[in-house]
Write a protein that binds this ligand. Structure first.
Ligand code: ZN
Length: 157
């Protein structure tokens, strides 16, 4: 297991649409393990593959709730309900936070690291975290959705 280097803005890979994953092998599972260690090391709640320089539709989320680590391979939001505006940050934008409006509730279809399809319903902060990571896979950065910026060293995101 290794801690990977987090790509910070500006970098072209962060605004590139990622490729679908077709091969579910040990290499993929090792990448996910390393992404997990890297996310924990940086106190993040989510991380997308392009943030560690890999142009593939892979993201992980762990908001410290009963879901534990959620592996999202080729994730797609299939339903969204409501809207809520909250402050959020991103490991690729250290020290930058902003108010972003996201769906209050989402339903996501994805595959796990073994290629098995699943659907997941998420509400509130979990829905926000998943939506933020899926945006990364489409090359969309949270800063493009920020309604009001904060640059507070004291906020942790
Ligand atoms: Zn991010």
């Amino acid at each position: 297991v290794a801690i990977l280097k987090i790509i910070e803005h500006p970098n072209e890979i962060l605004s590139t649409e990622c490729e679908e994953v077709f091969v579910f092998n040990n290499k993929l599972r090792k990448l996910i393990k390393n992404m997990y260690e890297t996310m924990i090391e940086h106190d993040g709640v989510g991380l997308a593959a392009p943030q560690v320089g890999v142009n593939l539709r892979i993201a992980i989320v762990d908001i410290n709730d009963e879901n534990g680590l959620i592996e999202l391979i080729n994730p797609v939001i299939i339903e969204e309900t409501g809207k809520i505006t909250e402050v959020e940050g991103c490991l690729s934008f250290p020290g930058i936070y902003g108010d972003v409006t996201r769906p209050h509730e989402i339903k996501v279809k994805a595959q796990n690291a073994k290629g098995k399809q699943f659907t997941l319903s998420a509400v509130g902060f979990l829905a926000r975290a998943i939506s933020h990571e899926i945006d990364h896979l489409n090359g969309i950065l949270f800063t493009s959705k920020v309604e009001k910026f904060y640059e507070l060293e004291t906020l942790e995101g």
